[in-house]
Write a protein that binds this ligand. Structure first.
Ligand code: SF4
Length: 464
């Protein structure tokens, strides 16, 4: 490959595994490389650079990334000029060793090295030496100017407010691969959000491993509730979301933001992981079942309709049938909107990997299936309760269902599909919910006639 130049644009293909943080890093990479004449392609076979953004939080995600990388071997053999790069947590964890193990890999890009990629490509191109960069950097300076959304405006955008985590939950590798917790200066965050809104963004999701502890270790900075109050003043910003929250750091001032701040969506992702005290203690989560339930009650007393989602781990070392039943009963008690659920897997260098009492794979699988069917019932009950209600839906784009269907989200983060024209993307519209499905709702846009709302007949959107 020759470097992109005036007569040649570089073609970039990205495959992203894992969480929102990784998706955000992939978006940043597109923007950073866009400034160096790289454009995104959808077919990896057309690419000059294939970037695999990896996740190592669970063994399965890591194995998937390695298997994808393995499948690129024949392509690299037939096209030696192709650049193959591995980024994200797997790159951070294994570093330069990956270059020794995988001869068809050219670049190893750690979690804090996204901005280094153009220079790494240039060095590789000029010297022929394969590159690895896995240092930690706590300078957020590139994030504001790295956003050039003019070419690809979206309705909603992610904004990083902090990096790393200091919690060291015993099963989690994040503090090792993403580093210690650092909050981004509030002025930079506000400047970035203002610039996004000027470019047409209507909703932002604030990202961090534990946003609730934002600003706590920095003098002169607001805490997270204070940051939300500042952001709620940004003119033109319709919606604010955030993820992820740690239950032990959910403060009363943050809870009150749900009642006070109009743009703050009534949805919180509050991972509980288990409903059993002995397991929560082994996980070093820093709260008990009773405390978690009390936080939920306090939050609902302040904002009754708040939607709560969670993460669940089944088969943590030492988890017996009683512990698992405690998890199921907590799920019933809270009635989560949705959950992400996982079978526990040992991660290298974590304290839990050294614990005894490992749960057999078949038991983990059975528990996961039981837990997921319970959640399906809870989600379905909640979705059915929406039928007949009118929700404000922020239209995000065409629905995956195709046709003239659009897709959007309610403030409670429920996905709604409905018939509509592309001009509606970016609008917030009242939608009458007409049907409930397992993972989404169906609706009809309402129009205002005199003082009441009427559902628009579906065929009027079809132009018939
Ligand atoms: S809070 Fe716990 S689970 Fe979440 S990133 Fe930090 S260490 Fe991992």
């Amino acid at each position: 490959m020759r470097l992109p130049n005036d007569s040649k644009v570089g073609r970039l293909f990205i495959r992203t595994f894992g969480c929102q943080m990784n998706r955000y890093d992939s978006e940043r990479l597109v923007e950073i490389l866009g400034k160096h004449q790289w454009e995104l392609v959808e077919d990896y076979r057309q690419a000059d650079l294939i970037f695999i953004n990896t996740c190592t939080v669970r063994d399965k995600a890591e194995q998937k990334a390695f298997s994808y990388l393995g499948r690129l071997k024949p392509l690299k053999r037939s096209r030696p000029d192709l650049v193959v790069a591995l980024g994200g947590c797997v790159a951070q964890q294994h570093g330069e060793e990956l270059l020794r193990r995988l001869p068809h890999l050219d670049l190893v890009v750690g979690t804090h090295s996204i901005r280094e990629v153009p220079a790494m490509i240039a060095r590789y191109e000029t010297t022929g030496e394969r590159q690895a960069s896995v240092g930690f950097s706590y300078d957020f300076g590139d994030e504001v100017d790295g956003r050039s959304l003019a070419s690809r405006p979206e309705v909603s955008a992610y904004v990083t407010i902090m990096r790393g985590c200091d919690n060291f939950c015993t099963y989690c590798i994040v503090p090792i691969v993403r580093g210690r917790e650092v909050s981004r200066p509030s002025k930079e965050i506000i400047r970035e959000v203002e610039s996004l809104v000027e470019r047409g963004v209507r909703a932002v999701t604030l990202l961090g491993q534990n946003v609730n502890s934002y600003g706590l270790r920095v003098t002169g900075e607001p805490d997270f509730a204070g940051l939300l109050r500042l952001l709620a003043r940004v003119e033109g910003l319709l919606r604010i979301r955030f993820t992820t929250s740690h239950p032990k750091d959910l403060s009363s001032s943050l809870m009150h933001c749900f009642a006070d701040l109009e743009p703050l969506c009534p949805h919180i992702h509050l991972p509980v992981q288990s409903g059993s005290d002995p397991i929560l203690q082994l996980m070093k989560r820093g709260y008990t079942r009773a405390h978690y339930l009390q936080q939920v009650r306090r939050l609902r007393a302040i904002r009754e309709d708040v939607a709560i989602s969670s993460d669940m781990i089944v088969g943590f070392p030492g988890e017996g049938e009683d512990d698992f039943q405690q998890t199921l009963s907590l799920m019933e008690e809270v009635s989560f909107e949705s959950i992400f659920s996982f079978k526990y897997s040992d991660r290298p260098q974590t304290a839990a990997s050294r614990l005894g009492g490992k749960v057999p794979e078949e038991v983990k699988l059975r528990r996961l299936q039981t837990l997921q069917s319970l959640q399906e019932r809870l989600t379905m009950e909640r979705n059915k309760a929406q039928v007949g209600e009118i929700s404000q839906v922020l239209v995000e784009g065409p629905s995956q269902a195709g046709g003239s269907q659009l897709s959007g989200r309610t403030p409670h983060n429920r996905v709604v599909n409905f018939l509509g024209t592309p001009q509606l993307v970016g609008e917030e519209l009242p939608v009458l919910i007409t049907a409930a499905h397992a993972h989404s709702l169906e609706g009809v846009v309402c129009v205002k006639e005199s003082s009441s709302l009427h559902a628009v007949k579906e065929r009027s959107w079809c132009g018939k």
